[in-house]
Design a protein around this ligand. Structure first.
Ligand code: PMP
Length: 355
């Protein structure tokens, strides 16, 4: 007899990470190219001396620190092993198998996977013509079975960001028992003042008696800790408490907690890096536009090239020139903004593309 695993998981594709090709420039995973700061490396080394002990499963110091930074009580916070794990925890916290999770498509490719893993149903709402979320269509798609809506802002992979008025109009249409998750993995790269800070927006909603808005943030991008896996949710106390219940104990490890704290200590330096990436983003986009590509305005640390059927050829062309981009075949290519010389190598490859 063979072991009976869940039949509905047989056809589920595995998560496809950005490729790492030895000797090539990796612009495929929206990481920050610059390595960890020396102060963060020291904190990691110090924490390594105590790894015979289990981590603090409540991440007490990190939660307290985040609470101070964000102006919320600890009860509003839940940490996770990267914000992708929190995406799954959010579905676990809200859905049983007949319930629906709604999200735009294309958006973060983990949303369909975590929804399927929990066993809930997916409802995908196409992006609007300019590659941005169509929040009106998303509100229209809500049914009595909808329990959770992911609003990726800025959206991965298109980089577009929804503005305050659109989000507020959307929230007014969402029933108060449906959780709206503003996934702000790329928040630190936003420079459009019309794009709201989700945590501030959530606080306003909570103050108005609507507790159905939660926010996801991560240390993987702006804070440069993708390899250590720390993310957090800011939510109403009831939602945060449920997230802590579905948390796999100890999954944010001690080294990761120490590195996250050290990164908060070094926030000014890290935010200066983000500003440099934002400046590079404009330079890269302008150069791509000048070369004849369509590139939506990006508020994240990547740009989107909606190349459609030319995507696979573009991907191969860049790989031949030792630049790894993230191809969504048939749809487009997402290219992370790296260091200036990495971006130059990508731009040289893009200009030479004739497909
Ligand atoms: N949300 C979005 C929109 C993302 O793009 C990513 C990373 N690709 C994540 C969440 C997850 O990031 P992490 O698990 O590293 O925090």
């Amino acid at each position: 007899m063979t072991v009976r695993t869940r039949a509905d998981l047989v056809a589920l594709p595995e998560y496809v990470p950005g490729r790492t090709v030895p000797g090539a420039i990796k612009l495929a995973s929206n990481e920050v190219s610059a390595g960890p700061l020396p102060s963060v490396v020291r904190a990691i080394a110090d924490a390594a001396t105590a790894v015979n002990r289990y981590p603090d499963t409540a991440a007490t110091d990190l939660v307290a620190r985040l609470g101070d930074k964000l102006g919320v009580d600890a009860g509003h916070l839940a940490v996770g092993c990267g914000s992708v794990t929190l995406c799954q925890q959010l579905v676990q916290a809200t859905c049983a198998d007949t319930d629906e999770v709604l999200f735009a498509w294309r958006s973060f490719e983990a949303y369909p996977l975590v929804t399927a893993v929990v066993g809930a149903r997916q409802v995908k709402v196409p992006l609007a013509a300019g590659h941005a979320l169509d929040l009106d269509a998303m509100a229209d798609a809500i049914t009595p079975a909808t329990r959770l809506v992911f609003v990726c802002n800025p959206n991965n992979p298109t980089g577009t960001a929804s503005r305050r008025d659109e989000i507020e109009r959307f929230l007014e249409r969402v029933p108060s028992d449906v959780l709206v998750v503003l996934d702000e993995a790329y928040r630190e790269f936003v420079d459009d003042p019309e794009v709201p800070d989700g945590v501030e927006l959530a606080k306003e909603q909570w103050a108005a008696g609507r507790d159905n808005v939660a926010v996801l943030r991560t240390f993987s991008k702006a804070y440069g800790l993708a390899g250590l896996r720390v993310g957090y949710a800011v939510a109403s106390p009831a939602v945060a408490a449920t997230l802590r219940k579905v948390y796999v104990p100890f999954s944010v490890n001690a080294v990761a907690q120490a590195a996250a704290l050290a990164s908060l200590d070094a926030e000014d330096e890290l935010m200066a890096r983000c500003r440099a990436i934002v400046a590079e983003r404009s330079r890269v986009r302008d150069a791509l536009l000048a070369a004849g590509f369509e590139v939506p305005v990006s508020q994240a640390n990547f740009v989107w090239l909606p190349l459609g059927e030319r995507t696979a050829a573009f991907n191969e062309h860049c790989l031949e020139r030792k630049v790894v981009v993230r191809a969504f075949v048939g749809d487009g290519a997402r290219v992370t903004i790296g260091e200036p010389e990495e971006n130059d190598a990508f731009l040289a490859a893009a200009r030479a593309f004739s497909g």
